[in-house]
Design a protein around this ligand. Sequence first.
Ligand code: AMP
Ligand code: MG
Length: 401
Amino acid sequence: MLELEDALKRILAVLPGPRIEVIPLGAAAGRILSDTIHSSVDLPLFDNSAMDGYAVRATDVATANENSAVRLRLEGRVEAGGWFPGELTAGGCVRLFTGSPLPRGADAVVMQEDTRSDAAKRGEILVTAAAKPWENVRLKGEDVKQGAKLAEKGDRLTVSQMSLLAAAGVPRIGAGCRPVIGVVATGSELREPGQSLAPGQIYESNRIGLSALIQGSGAIPRVYPLVADSPSAVREGLEIALSQCDAVVTSGGVSVGEMDFIKTVFEEAGGQLQFWRVAIKPGRPFVFGRYREKFLFGLPGNPVSALVTFLLLVRPALLRWQGAQDVRLPSHAGVLGTALANPGQRRHFMRVKVDRDGNVLSAGIQASHVLSSLATANGLVDVPPDVTLPAGTTVNVMRWD
Ligand code: AMP
Ligand code: MG
């Protein structure tokens, strides 16, 4: 049986590099950058005003206060998007708005609230507070210097990175193509939610969650009809999905029972099993196979096992396939509010709920068919075999929410 890390290494080792496409920046949220991007401009692009107010020379208003206002000549007005053609001279000021370029010769902005206009002398402004040099001025390049790195190859683009790239004038980016992933659920007992159930039948619940997780991993899910537990049905289901997708995620039928057909049928169809069985709980019977340029991820049918093995083994694969550098689940430290006991012989990825105060609590019953505790949970804690982590232990919480 493989250790989780070895299983993941073997998957990542055989995946092809990303295919690259150029997409508009507006469509790039969550996509994986194919190239490091440097800024071709300074941000701000030019010195500009942080306030509605007046551009001044700081020395001219050094003595200004409520009781002794300084009188300045109004030399012009620059709206955001405009430009002052001349140079501000001693004793002058220029009307500015937030974002207006600072006129040459000015070195500060007095905010509007610290000025009065003189009804008697329309061309003059009374300044009632001093301004220090560069006060209320946003300096060219203080945010980003020309040439600075904005985003790195392999980054998964965040909304804020997209805003930064837009501000630097980047209209489109190169990104790893999104693989299309078939989602196939096997099991003769399964019916679609909404259908009527005969005795012994259950509602199918894996494709919904797996599709959402595939989407959340940046790939494109393609959901197939339910497949019964017979070699011919499994073969047909696998062949159709493999022919139409870059990889297929199946659920069910990978254990050791005589109704578990995924492995044998996949091999009979010409697929090569790379490994099966990983030393984790939930989810030991995980299958990874290759069929020409395509891949099979065979997940166990138990709903919790299916989702957890997806998060630990398939999500990283889908991200790396698109060129992602960091494929780990986001994680953070937390302190256990309840003990977590793993009396078993495999690492147990236990469902936990991190509350608003940061306490890490067991999400409930940890059996692999218990979906309610998965629904309560927002994280997983890796508990080693034969270990009880007492309350108060600092643990690493992997998050998927
Ligand atoms: P299997 O891995 O096929 O042996 O299935 C293990 C358990 O998970 C059985 O109780 C199945 O009924 C259940 N199961 C398998 N696939 C699904 C599914 N897609 N939705 C809900 N339950 C499932
Ligand atoms: Mg089954």
